[in-house]
Design a protein around this ligand. Structure first.
Ligand SMILES: Nc1ncnc2c1ncn2[C@@H]1O[C@H](COP(=O)(O)OP(=O)(O)OP(=O)(O)O)[C@@H](O)[C@H]1O
Ligand SMILES: CC(C)(CO)[C@@H](O)C(=O)NCCC(=O)O
Length: 310
């Protein structure tokens, strides 16, 4: 047991240390459950689930219990009936670093451990302005940058969820269409825990009175070397390209039918000009606001977990 390295206000725990913080023998999941989680994405290793995510979920549940106690104390002090207040967890990090995969895995594990809890998940992608609006604002090449999101709408959504309003709707984004889908919504209905995943969940827009991050009770940043993230971005681009080949309505259809070399040249340019720039200018600067940082290496293997000291 040792603290290997300190980075600013974080303690860094090597994987071997972190995995021993929670006794895997007491994990109420059998191999079948783990296989079900694994089949979500054939590259998520069972070892990662046991050694990284199980201790993480238990740490998260400790924070959740603490949150319930604070709310109990508050209503006892005010002599008012106890309200149902959803616990919000934010997951931040670069485009293509694996935020939605982590969110899905955490939601599943929480469901397995506590089936009585209503755990839901959402991405902030749907709060991007539609392409038509981005075009008018001259922001088509800045998709994902702070100004490309309707932050007012996102804050209203988070506020409604936090107030435990029933059936709160969120707009939906499609990577295939490369735009917000006008007639489809996601519904968040009085969750006990809501996992909100997006590149902007820890950002502080300059003129806002309320920040998106004000709504989060717990936050996670998924971190990796930008060169690795670029590789994952290009891998995912390859998959999008394959699925676009026979679908003329797909944004990538034209690219899919041109030469693969040209398509990847284009994707590399988009990575450099848009997503890497966004990472360096707007996403990475929010990393040190997260409660926990997961650090990934090749093949999405997590080698270290950072915990904010205060
Ligand atoms: N733990 C993991 N093991 C293996 N592959 C993973 C893992 N996490 C993510 N990936 C892969 O990396 C790519 C990016 O992951 P994902 O779509 O979850 O990223 P994201 O951060 O949510 O991206 P975006 O912000 O663009 O929506 C996907 O191709 C996904 O399959
Ligand atoms: C939708 C976002 C902004 C975030 O998930 C991202 O996946 C994206 O589309 N970025 C714009 C540049 C690109 O096409 O990758």
């Amino acid at each position: 047991m040792m603290m290997v390295e300190k980075l600013g206000n974080y303690d860094r725990f090597e994987r071997d240390h972190w995995r021993n913080l929670f006794d895997a023998e007491t994990v109420p999941l059998d191999q079948v459950d783990l296989d079900a989680i694994q089949s979500l994405n054939d590259r998520i290793s069972v070892a990662d689930v046991k050694e990284i995510y199980m201790p993480l979920v238990h740490y998260l549940l400790m924070r959740y219990d603490e949150f319930q106690r604070v709310n109990d104390d508050r209503s006892a002090f005010l002599k008012t009936p106890r309200r149902h207040v959803p616990f919000l967890m934010g997951i931040a990090g670069s485009v293509a670093v694996g935020k939605s995969t982590s969110a899905r895995l955490l939601a599943l594990l929480l469901h397995h451990l506590h089936p009585e809890l209503n755990v839901q998940q959402i991405t902030t992608d749907g709060f991007l302005y539609p392409n038509s609006v981005l075009e008018k604002k001259g922001l088509l090449d800045d998709k994902g940058f702070p100004d490309s999101y309707d932050m007012g709408k996102l804050i209203q959504f988070l506020n409604d969820v936090k107030q435990s309003k029933p059936k709160v709707t969120a707009p939906k984004y499609s990577h295939q269409v490369y735009d917000v889908i006008p007639d489809e919504v996601d519904i968040v209905d009085q969750p006990d825990i809501l996992i909100v995943e997006g590149i902007n969940v820890l950002q502080l827009p300059s003129q806002a009175e309320l920040f998106v991050s004000d709504f989060f009770d717990f936050s996670l940043y998924v971190d990796a070397d930008p060169k690795l993230i670029e590789h994952w971005y290009l891998e995912r681009f390859g998959m999008l390209l394959d699925s676009a080949f026979n679908d003329p309505t797909n944004y990538y259809h034209e690219l899919a039918t041109s030469s693969r070399e040209d398509a990847f040249l284009y994707a590399r340019q988009v990575w450099d000009a848009v997503n890497l720039r966004n990472l360096n200018e707007y996403i990475l600067p929010t990393r040190n606001r997260a409660n926990v940082i997961l650090h990934k290496m090749q093949h999405h293997m997590i080698d270290a977990v950072y915990l904010r000291q205060y």
